[in-house]
Design a protein around this ligand. Sequence first.
Ligand code: DAH
Length: 363
Amino acid sequence: MQDLQTLESEIAANIKAATDLEQLEVIRIAELGKKGRVSLLMRELGKMSPDEKKEFGPKLNQLKNSLNDAVQDRKNSLEEEVLNIKLKSESVDISLSVVTKGQGSIHPISQVMDEVTEIFTEMGYSVAEGPEIEEDFYNFTALNIPEEHPARQMHDTFYFPEDEDGKRKVLRTHTSPVQIRTMMDGEPPYRIIAPGRTYRNDSDATHTPMFHQVEALVIDKDIHMGHLKWCIEEFCRKFFEIDNVKIRFRPSYFPFTEPSAEVDIGCSFKDGEVLIGEGDDWLEIMGCGMVNERVLENVNIDPSEYQGFAFGMGLDRIAMLKWGIPDLRDFFAADLRWLKHYGFQALDIPSLSTRSSSIKGSK
Ligand code: DAH
């Protein structure tokens, strides 16, 4: 009897002392395996008298069970230790701050695209895309600028050599062809913006051969100029972060809109710096209007059922205004000192959701 208890505590101590799973398995086989000490004792039972069997049988069984349990417990805790070591070695400390003062920075154009996209997607627009090497049809003809139309001259177009079929592709001169592609591709209503690169053969302090625009197109039933005005004002408030931004709509002409307007933003020029939201000066930021019925007909939309507005805005221009960048050519000079000064850190999130609610709150 005493022997069994001593044996149990001896084996239990060995089990507890096992430092890894292999060692535990060696102990288990040596004590509880077929040729282990406990199994040998079990075999002794066969030689015992019925009375002895009655006494030792249950005790041996209990010894075997409790040692099996001890092995399982030790196995569980050793496995947990292994897992913890593994988790620790694989863990990432997400509380560590990211090094944001590295070499790279976000170019103001990318930042402006992110911010503009954020503002319009929050208003329910989706983002559409089109190719930069564009067919004449999408860039001009479908937009109600037929061949020989004087408006073609205004665009300083880069033409490609003739294809086999005698047609010349162009580097798109504006993002307006994305309107056509969108409308030829789906069914109204539409509410899209199309930011992207555009090209014209022109270069001075305010023009570069490659520049950026964002196009907007809204087509639905009962859309009118009031919607257009609200949308542009709301955009300017959010983008320039100014509550009482002044906007002026000047009658203008674009072949693809009727009526058409150019939008100026109220500003002042002080010591060579532009300040948005104050003063009596004006700066043009975009062209807009109600989509010309001819354009709708070109894409098989019935103008008596659907109308809409469109606008096209220069992204480089609004970036210059927002951050006081004086010369457009510097955007594309790849000068690291300029990029360090005007660039944004990777984690400068275009935080418009919070900003727009603070604007609403301060009204
Ligand atoms: N595509 C015009 C340009 O590049 C800008 C523009 C004007 C776009 C009026 C529009 C619009 O969608 O309605 O000069």
